[in-house]
Design a protein around this ligand. Sequence first.
Ligand code: SF4
Ligand code: SF4
Ligand code: FES
Length: 317
Amino acid sequence: MDVNLRVQRYDPAGDRKPYYEEYLLTGQPEGVTVLDALIEVRENVDETLGMRCSCRSSICGSCAMRINGQATLACKTRVSSVAQPDGSVTVEPMGNMPVLKDLVVDFEIFWNKINDIGPWLKTEGPVPEREYIVDNEKMLNLIGTVGCIMCGACVSDCTVLAADPDFLGPAALAKAYRFVGDPRDAHREERLADYVKDGGIWDCTHCYYCVEVCPKGVAPMEWILELRREAEAAGHTNHNGVRHSKVFAESVKEAGWLDEAKLAMESMGSLKEKLSLVPVGLRSLLHGKMPPTGPLHYKRPGADHVKRIFEELEAKE
Ligand code: SF4
Ligand code: SF4
Ligand code: FES
């Protein structure tokens, strides 16, 4: 098969802005991966192409890049599964991390965030002579998080990180659960108190991108939601995020749809924060973005059915 790669090139040390270079490879095997094709380019066509890879088996995480706009592992992606109708495949470096050269990004941001969550077991008390004995059930719960290969795909495509570089991000927060959920860790409470701060678990907007792009099925957002449940259960309830999720659910339960005005006001903890919404409300009004009912939120027809669903779920919990 023929492979038409459209690769973003960029050297921050040079004087050119990022641009795309096309490489046409003919007679490639049917199962060729994007990584195979890039290696072929680097070895036989253009040795200046900057890229990173090692295992070629979806294990090391070093070949993550954006393929047709979405972060993934190049060694796990067959060209035939992503080629566009014109046969082209667009390859770009990952997002949310600065480019060092072509497809190679600087992982410092990624590792700093991992370090920020304290990624090691913090035990206390006497060290056992042999090993710590842990209940199998409890460790099984952590399997989903330990599958992370630190490829950075989730960080690349996280929509909140793109807007707020201070957000801890999906990979670090999934890793955070790995220690919060580990019965050997003696600093669970401190960890939770840390993760509820600004830039932590309540800043995720549930866009699902990290779940979609993770090549190992870690589903970081699910662990962020788990951390929220753990934090609430541990008493960390005085937070806009907690209020937001409660008012959201209550308004849908009672009226069958979201009361946006109430949601905004009641998510705020202090009068000062509530007042800070006045200019936002005025701007929304001027731009026609006010909820159609204004402050009058009425019950939708069929709202009682929605309420019944909530009640059945609550009874199960
Ligand atoms: S679900 Fe949350 S953590 Fe995951 S990509 Fe979206 S905003 Fe980021
Ligand atoms: S959670 Fe998934 S996407 Fe994110 S770094 Fe780990 S393996 Fe990669
Ligand atoms: S080269 Fe190791 S994961 Fe792709």
